[in-house]
Design a protein around this ligand. Structure first.
Ligand code: NAD
Length: 499
């Protein structure tokens, strides 16, 4: 059985707790590895060592730190396929999708090469007589990243690029469900020139997370995961005076206006709803066609597309549309919610409940589901299902559709499909949601913009990546300096005694 250890002081470090978690191959349902779960004492020791290593790293000039990022870009590209294979085998997503996971993280490392520019402060000359004022951005010290299973490369890299390039040391606590890729990332950072101890990977569960939250040394916590845990981490981090940005779950609506290109909208919905088995925080899980006729046309276009979806293991080739979900518990939860939808009166237009894949009967595969005539009081509407289940809520008007998206407790992403610029502009301006797509179903901003949801999808200030991340991982110091007039007042042409 493969053992996955912590990564401490630049090398693999077997855990001492005697506790491990199973890492599955979601396609077969078999346990393929055991990952160590850290104790509080192990986490504390990793943090203390990181604090020592951070002193020198924080004092290293930003351009040298940026060179580590440059080399990291080369190494991630070099090892892309190897990492993507490991990612697919532990997560279950298809090989091209796993490469996308790494690529979107790599782009934030590319952005972090700009650290010297992003870390510049402000300066005003002559704020008063002989007075200048300037600000500097300094690293926080040791910061922590607690990340989810669904993007085991991208989200750690989103945290590591800006945090490390700003001069911090990082304690990364990745998801225990697919922990190998974060270790591979740590090994690549070492190869890229990052000093030992500046990046520590501790694997674990609540015990490790609580040790991070209670540490006096940790200055900031970046979390991504489900909303109840995001809220818990935000509150507990605040109790010990830490900065926290905690991103949570989602229920992303896509509005389809009567004038939309219906083929384009249906293609977009199928990709955004079922890609990665719906295990994306930016997946579209609610389609909101405006008007009965639009709804009928949309369903007519969706059904054959969904029925044609190819579900299978990543090893079956690149034409697989999506793979298994991450655990048996996730599969059971999805199917339980589907049953609830049927009980509560939603119309199950595409029924994936009996889906089974020959040769992979024990794998965590879930067939695609499409619900029509879902209403806001149903559990399948209120809950984040995080599986290949798309719900359709029919709206009578644009205002009703907008209201649905706005009244939902989550506010991560949303999209509108229309040919009308006025409707699109109004939607983007008025909705209370962090990321908006106009004829784009999954509007994940590029590395040089920032990523973050509103409402219960995001707690705290400042978003991930882009300039916000550099603000999150640094604190500002403002200096007022006055140099009274002195030596320049009169030139001296002879040696003077020091009287
Ligand atoms: P999760 O909340 O179960 O786990 C996230 C992290 O928290 C993991 O590292 C896990 O070990 C830790 N954790 C779990 N339970 C804990 C507890 N009781 N106490 C302390 N720590 C705990 O989330 P997940 O299932 O790994 O990821 C899926 C969720 O993440 C979905 O809700 C998805 O929408 C969300 N997500 C959000 C974003 C975003 O940017 N908003 C991005 C990706 C995923």
């Amino acid at each position: 059985m493969r053992a996955i250890h912590h990564w401490i002081d630049g090398q693999e470090a077997p855990g001492k707790s005697g506790r491990t978690a199973d890492v599955f191959n979601p396609a077969t349902g078999e346990v393929q590895a055991k990952v160590d779960l850290a104790t509080k004492a192990e986490v504390d020791a990793a943090i203390e060592r990181a604090a020592e290593a951070q002193v020198k790293w924080g004092a290293t000039n930003p351009q040298r730190r940026a060179r580590v990022m440059m080399e990291m870009v080369r190494l991630l590209n070099r090892d892309m396929d190897k990492m993507a294979e490991m990612l697919s085998s532990e997560h279950g997503k298809t090989f091209p999708d796993a490469k996308g996971d790494i690529q979107r993280g790599l782009e934030v490392i590319e952005f972090s090469i700009g650290a010297p520019h992003l870390l510049k402060g402000e300066f005003i000359d002559g704020a008063g007589p002989g007075i200048d004022m300037y600000s500097m951005r300094q690293p926080l010290g040791v910061v922590a990243a607690i990340t989810p299973f669904n993007f085991p490369a991208m989200i750690p890299l989103w945290k590591l690029g800006p945090a490390l390039a700003s001069g911090n040391a990082v304690i990364l606590k990745p998801s225990e469900r697919d922990p190998s890729v974060p270790n591979m990332i740590a090994a690549l950072f070492k190869e890229a020139g990052l000093p030992d101890g500046v990046l520590q990977v501790v694997h674990g569960d609540k015990e490790a997370v609580d040790a991070i939250l209670d540490s006096e040394i940790i200055q900031a916590v970046g979390f991504v995961g489900s909303t109840p845990i995001a809220q818990y981490i935000y509150e507990r981090a605040a109790q010990t005076g830490k900065r926290a940005q905690c991103f949570g779950g989602a229920k992303n609506h896509m509005i389809i206006m009567p004038d939309a290109d219906m083929d384009q909208a249906a293609d977009a919905l199928v990709g955004a709803g079922y890609g990665a088995a719906g295990e994306r925080c930016m997946a579209i899980s609610v389609a909101v066609p405006v008007g009965e006729e639009t709804a009928d046309r949309l369903i007519e276009k969706l059904v054959p597309r969904i029925e044609k979806l190819k579900v299978g293991p990543w090893t079956a080739g690149n034409d697989i549309d999506y793979g298994p979900v991450v655990t048996r518990a996730a599969k059971e939860n999805i199917l339980r919610l589907v049953e609830r939808g049927v009980e509560q009166g939603a119309e199950l237009v595409v029924d994936g409940r009996d889906f089974s894949l020959q040769g992979y009967e024990d794998g965590f595969f879930v067939g695609p589901h499409l619900f029509d005539r879902v209403t806001p009081d149903m559990d399948i509407y209120k809950t984040e299902i995080f599986g290949p289940v798309l719900s359709t809520v029919r709206a009578a008007s644009y205002e009703e559709a907008l209201g649905l998206a706005m009244d939902h407790e989550y506010g991560n992403g949303t999209a509108i499909f229309t040919r009308d610029g006025d409707a699109a502009r109004d939607f983007a301006s008025r909705c209370n949601i962090g990321m908006v797509g106009i004829n784009v179903p999954i509007p994940v901003p590029l590395a040089y913009f920032t990523f973050g949801g509103w409402k219960k999808s995001g707690f705290g200030d400042l978003n991930q990546h882009g300039p916000d991340a550099f603000r999150f991982y640094t604190r500002t110091k403002t200096v007022t300096s006055r140099w009274p007039s002195g030596i320049k007042e009169g030139a001296a042409f002879n040696f003077k005694a020091m009287d």
